[in-house]
Write a protein that binds this ligand. Structure first.
Ligand code: ASP
Length: 433
């Protein structure tokens, strides 16, 4: 019998996870069984993916940069990557603002509902605000200062320090380009082999993906807050999802215009990574799979993926910035505030910066939203309004974050002649072993 393609297997795993959870919540003992016996498998799956992130970035970036042969190629690629990342993020915020200003979801929230939401989620919101305060207290150059690690082993010991690891890998790669060929060759060969091993490990982890997402979604549904509150927020959630869908269309258009690849080609190649982003809510955890899919299924050469994607996973979050724009205006509307045009322009700037500063982990976008709210003079307590629906929206925005990185890597690759045919013609060949 022909084996089902991976993205179908993952999708089935997700649906089964949700159905299983709905069944389990019918019994008093059900949620505990899910938390004790199912959720750990989801966590194991995410941990296995995260485990790969640091070694993958090190190996593939060092290999990718040393393959470039000369530094001018690196600066050309770097300049285009950053310019495209910023452009797509500003585009995303603008789409978000457009949607939320047209639909005005905040106007439909009644005073009672608003009070109920604020009371229910006050505690959660306060802890996010405190976390954001800590980040806000830092000086203006703190982010730049943090980029350079004082100890590579300490940097590599925390997945939250991804940018520091990237910095080290780029620096190391540049060093490797600059030394004589005969000394560089054994080091390069080592990293080539190391990289292959890591890619194989990703294949093996992906064999467990359908079960992993089953466990993740089952746990999520069982732990979700009551459905009533979700209803009050339906319009807001609709705006975010509509904005994200428009952004996805924009990516497909960009890919089509610049690389002549069809939307079906892009979606088919990326779907396992997108489904994984949805299930894990973390672009960092999804990164290994994103890299593999973009390289083997979208035809972007490794020199480009190894540079563009790890950086994108940390700084390019179009879905997050779009969500922050919608959420900020929604909260303002719910509190009856009228945001001026210049306040909205301010949101474009802060949401772009806040999304760059957001970590690629679940819920990070919400922490940075506090900064957007504070800058625009919107009450930070409004965070409590949107708490109930944040997780599902986080899942959706992470899909867009990952798709945005893939789009930019295709465009950058095309612009420097590094976009070829996919290595894997049959979509799931590399998972059959
Ligand atoms: N979960 C998102 C990501 O990992 C970040 C966020 O918006 O919370 O890309």
């Amino acid at each position: 019998m022909k084996k089902l393609e991976l993205h179908w297997q993952i999708l089935i795993g997700m649906v089964m996870g949700v159905l299983f959870a709905f069944l389990m919540v019918q019994f008093e003992w059900g949620p505990k069984i899910v938390s004790d016996w199912v959720k750990p498998f989801g966590n194991i799956f995410i941990n296995a993916l995260k485990l790969i992130a640091v070694p993958l970035i090190l190996a593939s970036l060092i290999k990718g940069i040393s393959d470039l042969k000369d530094i001018s190629k690196l600066s050309k690629m770097g300049g285009r990557t950053i310019a495209l990342y910023i452009t797509t993020t500003v585009m995303a915020v603008t789409i978000g603002l457009g949607v939320v200003n047209i639909i005005k979801p905040g106007n439909s929230i009644t005073e009672d509902t608003r009070n109920e939401l604020v009371v229910n989620y006050r505690g959660d919101a306060e802890s996010r605000i405190a976390e954001a305060e800590r980040q806000k207290d830092a000086g203006p150059l703190k982010a730049l200062e943090d980029l350079v690690p004082s100890n590579i082993f300490m940097a590599a010991s925390d997945n939250g320090n991804m940018l520091q690891v990237i910095f080290f890998a780029i620096f190391f790669g540049i060093g490797l380009i600059l030394i004589p060929e005969e000394q560089a060759t054994p080091v390069k060969k080592f990293f080539d082999g190391f990289n292959e091993v890591i890619l194989k490990m990703i294949d093996l982890i992906m064999l467990a993906a359908p079960y992993g997402v089953f466990a993740l979604l089952a746990a999520l549904v069982v732990e979700a807050p009551s459905a009533d509150l979700f209803k009050a927020l339906a319009w807001y959630a609709f705006c975010v999802v509509l904005g994200l869908a428009l952004m996805l269309c924009a990516y497909l258009l960009i890919v089509w215009i610049f690389t002549k690849k069809s939307p079906a080609f892009f979606m088919k190649g990326m779907s396992p990574a997108q489904l994984l982003a949805f299930s894990t809510s973390s672009s960092a955890a999804t990164l290994p799979v994103t890299m593999e899919r973009v390289e083997e299924h979208l035809g972007v050469e490794e020199e480009v993926t190894s540079f563009v994607l790890p950086i994108g996973a940390t700084i390019n979050m179009d879905g997050t910035s779009l969500y922050q724009a919608v959420a900020a205006v929604f909260i303002a509307q719910a509190f009856g505030m009228d945001l001026s045009f210049s306040a909205q322009l301010g949101i474009i700037v802060t949401a772009t910066l806040a999304s760059i500063g957001s970590a690629a982990v679940p819920g990070a976008g919400m922490v940075m939203l506090v900064i957007v709210l504070a800058q625009a003079g919107i009450p930070e307590a409004g965070l409590a309004l949107i708490f109930a629906v944040d997780r599902p929206l986080d899942m959706c925005r992470t899909v867009i974050n990952v798709s945005g990185d893939a789009t930019v890597s295709m465009v950058v690759a095309k612009s420097i002649g590094k976009l070829g045919e996919p290595k894997v013609k049959n979509w799931d060949d590399n998972y059959k072993s």
